[in-house]
Write a protein that binds this ligand. Structure first.
Ligand code: ADP
Length: 433
């Protein structure tokens, strides 16, 4: 600091000193005028530098400006140093701000910042999909002016933001279900969060349907069994009728057992990862077993043909493949009237290999095909039940296929017959040893 004081005062003191010496040696009046003149010029120069600094400060850029001499050079050096630090700080906070914005933009949730009077201050890109808002154009607009949904308007008016609001038919196609909630912050400002809960809601309704279906499937045989038990307990009936009732109860309980077993299979398939590619499923042996089972189920009421020209095995789970293939064959027998023909084949195709079951049965109308692999979906509920079906077979087949990177395809014509095909990719096949 002392250095700066010396620098600032050196020149005026030097002039005063020289003038004084001059006055002592020569003449005081000449020394006074000369000193006064030089100091005046010095003040002008100082004033000029002050004005110059002020105009440079207004330009917001001190770097590279003329910096004068003496104390002015120091002032400029200091200002330039500070200016660099500020600029660095501004750049850093800009980088931070952009990172923060990118983070918010990456969020799958919609985010709207509202001011004290519910005008949009900022919103992220997801709001385009959720509310058709434009993050640039719509800033400054009242939120209820753009989101005119009556439920939302009353939610905003009620000012009761502790509970979320559920809105249906949102988004461009009106296919989204959104959960909205407002979080007040700062001075009467609000943060509006929107979450797409379409899948969540669908899963919830699938879960409810599933529970309802299972309960319904179990209630029917249970009602039958309890009815027979009541009859056996309360009425005196012949030995022959007793046996008939017990047989019927036995059929119902085995139906329930099949249902529970298939449900357990589905749960297992759901929760385990893809099958490994280390175990071989020997197709020829599998076909022998499938043919024996098919013949015993058909009891010679159908013509059953097997065609297995491909000498390739599958890499995957033997029990799952057996269950999928036999489900398709059992269905073919169940839904093909007596005298019909069933062919199951294993052959090569360009993308790998295909297992197919073709029948000349009742066929499936085109409107049922998209839903046929859903759990408990049946074209004819009573017919399926009569044949011992649970409505889970094709769901299992589809699951097993996808766990082997394979795809289930169905071709069917009502009254003509159906073909169920499972297409396996090459990397799931291996040469027979
Ligand atoms: P289910 O146990 O009722 O047979 P699936 O899931 O195996 O259940 O089949 C679902 C529905 O698909 C059946 O109820 C039936 O209506 C229809 N279906 C399945 N396979 C055939 C087939 N080969 N021919 C005609 N309809 C079939």
């Amino acid at each position: 600091m002392t250095r700066e004081i010396i620098k600032a005062l050196f020149f005026p003191f030097a002039i005063c000193f020289i003038s004084f010496i001059w006055g002592e040696v020569f003449s005081f009046s000449v020394a006074f005028y000369l000193g006064f003149f030089v100091l005046l010029i010095h003040s002008f120069i100082q004033a000029w530098f002050k004005i110059h600094l002020l105009s440079n400060l207004k330009k917001d850029d001190l770097i590279g400006q003329k910096r004068g001499f003496g104390i002015w050079r120091d002032i400029y050096d200091q200002l330039e140093k500070k200016s660099k630090i500020w600029r660095q700080a501004v750049l850093q906070s800009e980088v931070q701000y952009n990172k923060f914005l990118q983070g918010i933009q990456a969020s799958p949730n919609g985010l709207i910042m509202l001011d004290e009077i519910d005008h949009i201050e900022w919103c992220n890109n997801i709001c385009r999909d959720h509310f058709r808002l434009d993050p640039l154009r719509d800033v400054g607009q009242p939120v209820t002016f753009l989101l005119r949904n009556p439920q939302f308007v009353s939610y905003m008016q009620a000012r009761e933001f502790t509970r979320p609001l559920h809105l249906d038919f949102m988004g461009d196609q009106g296919s989204l279900m959104l959960m909205l909630q407002i979080f007040p912050y700062g001075e009467n400002r609000k943060l509006l969060l929107s979450q797409d809960i379409t899948i969540l809601k669908k899963n919830e309704s699938m879960r409810q349907d599933f529970v309802a279906n299972v309960s319904h499937e179990l209630r029917t045989p249970l009602t039958v069994v309890s009815g027979f038990l009541e009859t056996l307990r309360d009425l005196k009936i012949s030995k022959l009728d007793q046996k008939r009732y017990v047989d019927l109860m036995f059929a119902q309980t085995s139906r329930m057992m099949t249902l529970v077993e298939e449900l357990l299979i589905l749960t297992r398939l759901d929760s385990s990862p893809l099958t490994s590619k280390t175990t071989k499923v020997h197709i020829e042996e599998l076909f022998e077993k499938l043919l024996l089972d098919a013949k015993s189920l058909s009891q010679d009421k159908h013509v059953i043909e097997v065609n297995c020209p491909l000498k390739m095995d599958i890499l995957g789970s033997e029990s799952e493949i057996l269950s999928a293939f036999s489900n398709l064959i059992v269905n073919a027998i169940r839904y093909t009237p007596e005298g019909g023909k069933i062919i199951f084949e294993w052959k090569a195709e360009a993308s790998g290999a295909v297992f197919s079951v073709k029948d000349s049965g009742i066929g499936i109308a085109p409107e049922h095909l998209p839903r046929i692999t859903e759990r408990f979906y049946r074209v004819d509920r009573s017919r399926s039940r009569d044949t011992g079906g649970t409505g889970l077979g094709l769901a299992i087949v589809k699951h097993v296929a996808s766990r082997h990177n394979a795809v289930l395809k169905i071709e069917s014509e009502l009254g003509v017959g159906s073909t169920f095909l499972i297409h396996f990719p090459k990397d799931r096949l291996v040469e027979v040893d």
